[in-house]
Write a protein that binds this ligand. Structure first.
Ligand code: ADP
Length: 242
């Protein structure tokens, strides 16, 4: 259920890389339980926003508040400890660890200390949930792209996030895999997580998002219900202009 309460507040966030302003003063509120789509032309700052929310990059100025606590200056591991998990556009598993160990390691981050057996059970649960059953003992190099993407999801889920940040999990997947991923994202939300996802595939943005934010040149350009936003002539024109 989507509550009226905002779980994440982004205020005046800027991010500079040398002379380049990747984020130029972004204000956003994400509601608890919401699936929030983040779209925009290439280079508009979508991944950078995910990177500053997750603490992967320090922000240049502004504030980010999670559940009332200011996290904008916290390191990534502290933000993860507060319940924020993310996936990467290019999957980043531990290459020398099996699928099971990759997921189990993330399960040790979530919640209170537990026994090895409990952690293993939880990892197996998420492996099954993401359709990777049977691949427990495989190394990431032995997975295809779709399985690597779903391993990213299993790892993020094992951390039991309250806020999950997904960066283009659907890119490179075939239509059947995309449908599976969409079902998975809905199931993750049904378990109580709030989700922010960056996506190019408009069908998925419209099907999944409760609300969509459009970034353009590091600024919030449009915000609202996906069907209205994606039909907005101003939004169409920034896509066609690139
Ligand atoms: P999007 O995800 O919308 O395609 P990005 O957030 O990746 O856009 O990039 C926004 C801008 O910031 C781009 O101009 C990009 O080249 C720049 N940028 C992103 N990450 C870095 C970085 N680590 N170093 C320098 N410039 C970066």
């Amino acid at each position: 259920q989507i509550s009226e309460r905002s779980i994440l507040q982004v205020r005046g966030v800027t991010k500079r890389f040398g002379g380049l302003q990747a984020l130029a003063g972004v204000d956003l509120d994400v509601r608890e339980g919401e699936i929030f789509g983040l779209v925009g032309p290439n280079g508009s700052g979508k991944t950078t926003l995910i990177n500053v929310i997750s603490g992967f990059y320090p922000l240049t100025s502004g504030t980010i508040t999670l559940d009332g606590a200011e996290i904008g200056r916290d390191p990534a591991h502290e933000i993860a400890r507060r319940g924020v998990a993310r996936t990467y556009q290019i999957p980043r598993p531990f290459v020398n660890m099996t699928v099971l160990d990759n997921v189990a390691l993330c399960a040790t981050f979530g919640g209170p200390a537990r026994s090895q057996a409990e952690i293993r059970d939880e990892a197996m649960h998420w492996i099954g949930f993401t359709g990777l059953g049977g691949k427990e003992d495989v190394l990431p190099a032995g997975l295809n792209l779709h399985e690597r993407k779903f391993l990213e999801l299993a790892r993020a889920l094992a951390a039991r996030p309250k806020l999950l940040l997904l960066d283009e999990v659907l890119s490179g997947l075939n239509p059947t895999e995309i449908d599976n991923a969409i079902r998975l994202v809905r199931a993750i939300r049904a378990q109580g997580a709030t989700i922010i996802f960056v996506e190019h595939l408009m069908r998925a943005v419209v099907e999944l998002s409760d609300r969509v934010a459009v970034l353009n040149e590091g600024k919030l350009f449009a915000l609202g219900a996906p069907r209205e936003v994606m039909r907005d002539p101003r939004v169409v024109s920034i896509y066609l202009g690139k």
